[in-house]
Write a protein that binds this ligand. Structure first.
Ligand code: ADP
Ligand code: MG
Length: 585
């Protein structure tokens, strides 16, 4: 006799339930997805004891009639697909018709639902897989589903649940993703007696993100753009916030929270030198794409997608984020943390008196930042400046030097603190790009050619890529046993060209970057800028200081050095008021 028997449905459903419903977080995920699929604009979530005793999800979506309310609990009961062909274009979040059956098999479930125009509602109760007859109920908008005592009748599964706090944390992670992926939906979240979040539909997305990430909304930059078949909306962070190491990368594609390395790369690339190479910017982005151009079902948990045309997505995200970054002032304004977090939270009458001093205008540099950053370049600086903030004949305010490293001055009613090395690096880096683009190639011939001694790898590098050096204004003669330097680029003001050249070559020689790419140019220019720039500790003449400040503040990409460190910090009257405890309480 054969050994194979088909499992009875009630056994099969329990096994399937284990796959769909692992823990409270997975129940919450399925139920919120159902509410979203039912086009709810408001979802209220109540969780007790990490979801172990109660998960209640109330929505104002389409609801169900009595017949459907019962069928919803059948395995493979779904209104979302009817045939295999439908699979190709499902855009709803769930469609296997497993979730409610699985949840019904695992808990004490009560569903109250009213179809939009119906006079009467329905109540269905399912007790650990046993569906009780549906009953009439007073009509309430949408659907409310209560899941109590999850796994109570399934001790084996219950044993796998972690502490209430851990289950709550996992649930919260799911909810946060859903709240970010659906800015158009209002949410309230309660845990035990605590009201955790309240978000209204269509509130400012930056405010929602700021509340979820616990950051200042002013540090978030809105991203919004649209082309045929493709739209993006969300926020990215100011570079100064990325330095706090709060790496949060959120992406949703057509309402599905997903992770995507390419989008991550694209958003990172848009920052170019605004960030140190290893840092990822935080972002919360919602991408809407024609369903035919993406496959959301490649991953069983649906947390990865496959784009039909990844290049196009890369470019679109890159351009959208670049545009967002160039539309705002990115000057670092961080007030030292030790000074802002004060124990003096009460307001003295004196500070209250000075309230009228409240100045509305935060720092805005008069520089008009070119709205078009290079679309396909990762590192090239923007070039055109419509208005120079410091006209040639405008005197720069007096400049003080602190610790042989920081230049302190005022500009535009702001205190500006400049790191002389980082600033000079940024200026030189910019000038090298300019030469690369065919502008201002001025060379300085050396009175006597300098013989340069190089190691073999350095010499090999110079032989292979001497044209890059020559293009910048280096005159180099290579012969069998000597290397002679005959001229150098004027912008670099080199005092010791030999040391400079060896330092640059020795830094570059270990690089794995593909020659002649943008990244390669970035490396060369950043390395040269670093080696040629004034160092911390160097004496800087009055005239040089003036030029440094003037040139830096005129650059579109002035905010950081080419390695992503801040080049200057701006403290406006608003920050001053905070520092001196005049406002901000
Ligand atoms: P799926 O979502 O994969 O279709 P579920 O088991 O999650 O399967 O739900 C079964 C069906 O019940 C859905 O297809 C939908 O028609 C209905 N349904 C579930 N939840 C809701 C809800 N909150 N509002 C309206 N209809 C719902
Ligand atoms: Mg579902």
């Amino acid at each position: 006799m054969g050994k194979i028997a088909q499992l009875p449905e009630d056994v099969a459903i329990k096994i399937a339930a284990g796959e769909v419903v692992e823990r409270p977080a997975s129940v919450v995920k399925e139920l919120v997805e159902n509410a979203l699929d039912a086009a709810a604009s408001q979802i209220d979530v109540t969780i007790k004891d990490g979801g172990k005793t109660l998960i209640e999800i109330k929505d104002n979506g389409s609801g169900m009639d009595r017949d459907d309310a019962v069928k919803a609990f059948l395995r493979h009961g779904t209104s979302k697909i009817h045939s295999v062909e439908d699979l190709a274009h499902v855009i709803s979040l769930g469609f296997r018709g497993e979730a409610l059956a699985a949840i019904g098999a695992s808990a004490d479930v009560e569903l109250v639902t009213t179809e939009t125009t119906a006079q009467e509602g329905t109540k269905v109760r399912v007790l650990f897989g046993r569906v009780e007859p549906a009953k009439p109920h007073a009509p309430l908008p949408g659907t409310t589903i209560k899941v109590q005592n999850l796994f109570e009748a399934l001790p084996v599964r219950q044993k796998f649940l972690k502490s209430d706090a851990t289950e709550w944390k996992a649930t919260l992670d799911i909810l946060i993703k859903q709240m970010l992926a659906h800015p158009e939906v209002g949410f309230t979240i309660h845990h035990n007696t605590r009201q955790v979040y309240t978000f209204s539909p269509n509130q400012d997305f930056a405010d929602r993100v700021a509340a979820l990430w616990q950051v200042d909304p002013k540090k978030l930059i809105p991203v919004q753009s649209e082309v045929p078949h493709l739209a993006i909306a969300g926020v990215v962070v100011k570079p100064e916030m990325a330095h706090e190491g709060k790496g949060r990368q959120f992406l949703a594609v057509n309402g599905h929270p997903v992770t995507d390395k390419m989008v991550q790369r694209s958003a990172r690339d848009a920052y170019g030198t605004l960030l140190p190479p290893a840092l990822l910017p935080s972002y919360a982005l919602n991408l809407t794409i024609h369903p035919g151009m993406v496959d959301v079902n490649i991953h069983p948990r649906k947390d990865e997608v496959r784009f039909v045309n990844p290049q196009e997505i890369y470019r679109f995200v890159f351009q959208s984020v670049s545009q967002a970054l160039s539309s705002v002032d990115l000057a670092f304004q961080e007030v030292p943390v030790a000074l802002t977090s004060s124990p003096f939270v009460t307001q003295s009458p004196e500070t209250r008196d000075t309230q009228p001093l409240n100045r509305p205008a935060p720092f805005r540099s008069p520089t008009v930042i070119s709205p078009q950053r290079h679309a396909t370049f990762d590192y090239a600086p923007s070039q055109t400046l419509a208005v120079s903030p410091l006209a040639e004949d405008t005197p720069v305010a007096p400049i003080l030097t602190l610790d042989c490293c920081y230049l302190v001055t005022t500009h535009d009613n702001n205190l500006v603190i400049i790191d002389q090395h980082a600033a000079h690096e940024r200026i030189l880096y910019h000038q090298l790009w300019q030469i690369h683009e065919g502008k201002n190639r001025l060379t300085q011939p050396l009175l006597v050619p300098i013989a340069v001694t190089l190691s073999e790898p350095e010499r090999a590098l110079l032989e292979a890529h001497g044209d890059h050096f020559q293009a910048l204004g280096f005159g180099i003669t290579l012969s069998e046993d000597t290397i002679q330097l005959t001229e150098v680029p004027q912008v670099l003001h080199l005092k010791d060209p030999e040391t400079f050249l060896t330092q640059v070559l020795s830094t570059l020689k270990d690089d794995q970057v593909m020659p002649s790419t943008q990244e390669w140019h970035h490396k060369i220019f950043a390395t040269m800028a670093c080696k040629a720039a004034i160092k911390a500790g160097d004496e800087v003449s009055e005239a040089e200081k003036q030029r440094l400040v003037r040139e830096l503040l005129a650059l579109p990409d002035r905010f950081t050095c080419p390695h992503g460190r801040p080049s200057h910090i701006v403290l406006g009257p608003n920050q001053m008021e905070k520092l001196f405890k005049r406002t901000g309480f």
